[in-house]
Design a binder for this molecule. Structure first.
Ligand SMILES: *Cc1c(COP(=O)(O)O)cnc(C)c1O
Length: 398
């Protein structure tokens, strides 16, 4: 796909979020570009030059659609990057990247604490099905990372802050270690979002964003993006993963995410501020055993987060209650403002406990293994969220 020049690249992120990728509609002059639901397009008269596995020509929706392309321009701009590929989900984007980069015999080093699908892909799928050498490492321990990376390591994948413990990993340091060993670095930036963290500027080769979360921000669409300045690999991702494996985004989801992302910087600034306040409140509350949020001085990655993040520390907190699994579930169910559901980064606050019998919990630091909750702060009045948490704690006797 031909790269469009970003006319707004010298402007701030809120301006780019509004103006990049949009224009007057050529046919009608409408100030909003249309939603193109077509799944196929008129072919040129001379077919001899058509490459059916390419994304350069609009010909079939799996090879790309205009709403996807306009969203790609904006997502690249939010990271100050040359290119973005937008796919059907955050996991679709992660898989597209791993599938394109990894071959049997290659080593990938992945985090002990990560999004569940990354754990599944590397703990049981890429290794068993394709003979990829998948090695787990504690990414907060640089010596452990150095030990895990051997010659033949193709990719190091990290997530920071991580899902769900909200641990912080040093992007620049791991980029250096990876590059010294001839490996590439990919960073899942979903928890931070591009307002707060731009890993390409810290040395990462690829960034993945689950657009489903803060960038769309309204809990009504699914999408994911890979962002990079490595144009050659991005073209391979389009060929090897988008067109020939097929995780393409629907035009409607791309249109919805484009619309949601217009207000992304504004929403994220409010979410940063509310989350900081709520994290401080939680930390002072009795029967809360720990609060993990990089904006708190008590977080082991606080100083690092201050260096590599800007504007704020994101919208997700993890915390523990001095309670058993059943009481934690009753607490979540007793909330009236906060919604008891998976996902994060919506307009509404979302809460999700991870029970002590979950197989992955043994990979988390000790304090995360009892009464563990992931909390995504939304755009409700922060006092209302705090009041709600308080009444639900009281309701279950905490
Ligand atoms: C949600 C999430 C994903 C996956 O996104 P989907 O759109 O649900 O596939 C990936 N990484 C992180 C950190 C997430 O929170």
């Amino acid at each position: 796909m031909a790269k469009k020049e970003n006319k707004f690249k010298d402007y701030g992120i809120a301006t780019q979020s509004i103006h990049t990728g949009t224009d007057y509609d050529a046919e009608t002059g409408a100030v909003r570009r249309p939603l193109h639901m077509a799944n196929s397009y008129k072919l040129p008269d001379d077919l001899s030059k058509v490459n059916y596995s390419s994304t350069d020509l609009l010909m079939y929706a799996r090879n790309g659609n205009p709403n996807q392309h306009w969203l790609e321009e904006k997502i690249a701009a939010l990271h100050g990057a040359e290119d973005a590929v937008v796919l059907a989900s955050g996991v679709g984007a992660l898989h597209a990247l791993f599938w394109t980069l990894l071959s049997s015999g290659d080593r990938v080093v992945y985090p002990k604490v990560s999004y569940m699908a990354v754990y599944r892909m590397f703990h049981e799928l890429f290794n068993r099905k394709f003979g990829v050498d998948t090695v787990m490492a504690d990414m907060t321990d640089l010596d452990a990372v150095r030990r895990a990376i051997t010659p033949g390591t193709r990719l190091v994948h990290i997530e920071t802050p991580d899902n769900p413990t909200v641990g912080v990993t040093d992007i620049a340091a791991i980029a250096r270690i990876a590059h010294e060993n001839g490996a590439l670095l990919s960073v899942d930036n979903t928890f931070a979002s591009p307002l707060n963290q731009r890993p390409l500027e810290l040395g990462a080769d690829f960034v993945v964003e689950a657009l489903t979360k803060f960038i769309n921000g309204h809990g009504d669409a699914q999408g994911g993006a890979i962002i990079s300045n490595d144009l050659e690999t991005m073209d391979r991702i389009r060929y090897e993963a988008q067109v020939n494996v097929g995780s393409v985004i629907s035009p409607f989801n791309a249109w919805q995410i484009f619309r949601g992302s217009v207000t992304f910087p504004l929403r994220m600034r409010q979410i940063n501020a509310s989350t900081q306040r709520i994290a401080e409140w939680l930390e002072a509350r009795e029967n809360v055993t720990f609060v993990s949020y990089p904006g708190l001085p008590s977080h082991p990655g606080h100083a690092l987060a201050k260096r590599q993040m800007k504007n704020g520390f994101g919208g997700v907190i993890s915390f523990g209650l001095n309670a058993d699994d059943r009481t934690v579930e009753r607490f979540c169910a007793a909330l009236k403002v906060v919604t008891f559901a998976v996902s994060l980064g919506h307009d509404e606050s979302l809460i999700f406990p991870q029970p002590s019998y979950d197989e992955r919990i043994l990979l988390y630091p000790e304090r995360f293994r009892r009464g563990f909750i992931r909390f995504s702060v939304g755009l409700e009045e922060p006092e209302d969220i705090i009041g709600d948490l308080d009444q639900a704690l009281v309701a279950v006797g905490l």
